[in-house]
Design a protein around this ligand. Sequence first.
Ligand code: 4NP
Length: 239
Amino acid sequence: MRALHSAVPTHLNLRLCHSHHLPLKPPFPSLPHPAFHSNSLKLTASFSSGSVSKTSMAASTPSTESETKPFSVLFVCLGNICRSPAAEGVFTDLVKKRGLDSKFKIDSAGTIDYHQGNQADPRMRAASKRRGIEITSLSRPIRLSDFRDFDVILAMDKQNRADILEAFNRWKFREPLPEDAYKKVKLMCSYCKKHDETEVPDPYYGGPQGFEKVLDLLEDACESLLDSILAENKHILDP
Ligand code: 4NP
């Protein structure tokens, strides 16, 4: 895949990437997600509610353990080289500025493995650096254990969210996963307070202003994401 990426014109890369979506082939047919059933309106609502309570997300974890473990946040986009590593950088920076680094585990992933092991896109790194944010992560695809290991999973756009939920529906038959882990999946822009956008747009094939827009949205969303995590998980602020 990587060799193809450098050898073919850019527009072909888009078709390749978007046609591959998730790296793992389903051992079972995809099932409709429970949230799409008409009698699951409550569950559907949770996708956009911005609720990030750890106890509701990890119901099987004893409260003492869940309160001593760092709160874990995973940002997910398509390639994990533009939006989600930037989100990881912005959120990490914010958490550090508030002196909460030891209370959080922060990571990012892609719904495809096409860029696995690669640094973030140089345009995204440069735009972030101009705002004082270093992006250091290497691309990796989302994996089954992420649904166990993370308290909240932030999708950059609706297609990312659909791909994440599709993966969950496949993987839950492969190994036991918390049945309600899909509730951890939220849309990043559902946390935006200053912007009306519902998705963080993919900047990969656009100009420099696209990378600035991504950062504007991420800075807005990360502020309110952190506030809502802290409001719903008060133990995080315990000394
Ligand atoms: P990202 O952006 O999902 O924000 O990392 C993209 C990166 C790579 C590709 C598309 C989007 N690609 O087609 O290779």
